[in-house]
Structures are given as structure tokens and as C-alpha cells.
Design a protein around this ligand. Sequence first.
Ligand SMILES: *Cc1c(COP(=O)(O)O)cnc(C)c1O
Length: 400
Amino acid sequence: MNISTRCVRLGDPRDPYGAVAPPLYQTATFRQESATEFGEYDYSRTANPTRSLLEAKLAELEGARYGLAYTSGMAAVTALLGLLEAGDQVLAGDDLYGGTTRLLGRIAPERGLTVRFVDGADPRAVAAALDRRTRLLLVETPTNPLLEIADLGPLGEIARRHHALLAVDNSLATPLLQRPLEHGAHLVVHSATKGLGGHADLVAGAVVTDDATLHERLAFRRNAEGTALAPFEAWLLLRGLKTLAPRLAWQCRSARRIAEFLAAHSAVERVFFPGLPGHPGRAVHERQASGPGPLVSFTTGDPELSRRIVESLELFTIAVSFGAVGSAATLPCRMSHASVPEELAIRLRPPPDLVRLSVGVEDPDDLLADLMNALERAGGTTRTPKVAAEGGRRGVHRTR
Ligand SMILES: *Cc1c(COP(=O)(O)O)cnc(C)c1O
């Protein structure tokens, strides 16, 4: 069965009434047959049938045996830290979600963990940065907002050689485009708030693994700490998953058109999109993923111009988050990545003129018209025309 078919097939064949949509078990506790023998479910913090169905589905989509749903993506990332002990080191990509950078920069040290940031797109730099204390290598690919690509195969091998775990935040690509466990990752983490949910109506996270021991440790801790996703959110997320394939296919197609349009536009300095020919990570991405994803970022060389462009858009809502059916635009430096601690900002904050677009399922012609209007209204049409489309980070780090 293909993965897009798997997304739709959610009904539980054991349902006594033959419900085709998953039932919502909005209950805190479950009646037991006796005081000494307990059924499959007893209390919803520990397990709930609606959440179990979601977790089985998430695991299936990632090609794994185990999935755990959390109250948010950050709760899921935090759960990974629970696998470590004081004195352990986390090696993290340096273009991570701003909230993850904040967690690693502020909270992880309080737990006695040391954190190092490294260019996840450069396996040699990763290999050089790993040492005896490194227990967890955490990367995103493509990264957000710079759309850099980490080569998962080599990173998995490096992690294995050092007896460290490779965890991949797969929120952007989703298992529909990319399944990191197939490329050597031990753990996949998700903000299901993004593409998996897809409707900007829930906050949720997940950790998926094929390793029974890791799963047991995570499940024990989640029950102890009480960070499991509530049944209603699990039910909403199941609903969102059914349309993941058509949503994402449409979004990738539209994002590609928008990236090509921007790359040819005179006001745009640089476009970041893993589907463009000049992108340095394109070959690697196309080897490990089946589509570019819904995000397109670009710079203009002028933070004020970028701000005016974002504020002139009408169909792209100014809102953080991405992957939803409605298109959105942000200035990552001022919005999602403003939470990056000051001391890390010089290295880890995106350039101030970077605009990030999350492309939704509107008609792409309407989105292109909106962008054209916004660029014109913002006064960004005076620069001399340029030729090549490009992408990737090189040069960006030097200027920020
Ligand atoms: C949003 C996001 C998170 C955090 O998820 P929440 O659901 O907002 O807690 C983590 N990683 C990535 C890549 C994200 O985009």
C-alpha cells in the first residue's frame, strides 16, 4: 500500500458500529471489570484509544513500530532530552526551530547537559564536533527557515560510530516526503502542529522510533510527567492526516512555482528552496526526500523592504507556524526566531531581511498575483534584473 493510501485508511476494523471515522474517546478514565484485573485502558494520561490509533498511524507512516504523541512539538523535543543524563552532550544543527534553540540554550544546561551547535549540512563538521560525551545528535532537514539540507545517511553512521542517537525533526517534510528512520535515524520528532495537522487548529508533537527500549523509556517518562496529547487533539490530528498527501502535493507544486518566480524577480536577492537548481543541498535532498516541501524563503538585501513586502501581502497571513492549508508569511528574525537567546543570536538568528513563506492550498495563480502586487507596492522593483536562481546558506553566515 502506498503511503498516501495509508494516510486515508484510519478506521478501526474492530469498531462495533463500523464507524468509518475514528471515534473520539473523550474520557479520562475507563471502567474495569474487576478490582484486580485491568483492561487495555485505565486512565487517559497513560493511554487512550483515540491517541493510540494516532500513534499507530504516525509510526506506520514513518515506517516504524512505535509512536508517542505529545502535547506539543516542544514537549516532544523535550522528551528526547529525557533520554540523556547530566554530563551528556547534545550536538545540534545550527539552523533549528527557534524554540528548540531556546530549549537547548536555556533549559538543557539547567539539567546538566552541554550543548554544541554545528553546521548540520556539513557531515565533516559534525564528525569533528562529536566527542565521547555526545549522546544525541539533533538535526532538522530541510531546516527552517534557511532550507538547508543534512545528509542523513552519513550522520546516522557518524552517530552509530560514537554510540550516539541521531534524532531528526521531520516537521517540515513529514513522512510523506521523507522517512529519516530509513536513512539511519534512531528517532524522529515532530511538531504535528505544522504539516501533519495541516489546518492550524491544533498544537501537538510526536516521537517515533523503531527501538523498543527507547520507546519504553519515553513512554514511561511521558506517563510520569503527564505530557501526552489530549484525546480531542489526537482526533483532530487523525482528521488532518487523511488529507496529508493531496495537501502536500499541491503545496510542493505551488511552492516550486513561487520559488521560481521569486528567483527571477529583480527585488529578490536570494531564494532558499531545496527544489531550485542552484541549491547546494538539492542532490542530497532529492536522494532522501520525494518533494521540496511547502516553505520558500528569500532575502531582499533590505530589512525594511522585506518588512514592507510581508505587510503588503493579502493572501499570505502574517503568522508564525507553517504547513497549514492557508498561506502564511513571516520575518523569521523578528518572529519565530526572536526567542533565540541574545548570546546565540549572532550565530543562530536568520538574516534580518529574510522573508519566509509557507505555501498553502489556495490557487497558486492567486498567490503569485498577491506576491507580485506586494513586491510592487513595497517598492521593490528598482534593482537591476538578475539571472540565476540560487539557494542555500553559503554567504548567509558571513553576513549575519
Ligand atoms: C514548530 C516547530 C517545533 C515546535 O513545535 P510546537 O508544536 O510549536 O511546540 C519544533 N520543531 C520544528 C521544526 C517546528 O517547526
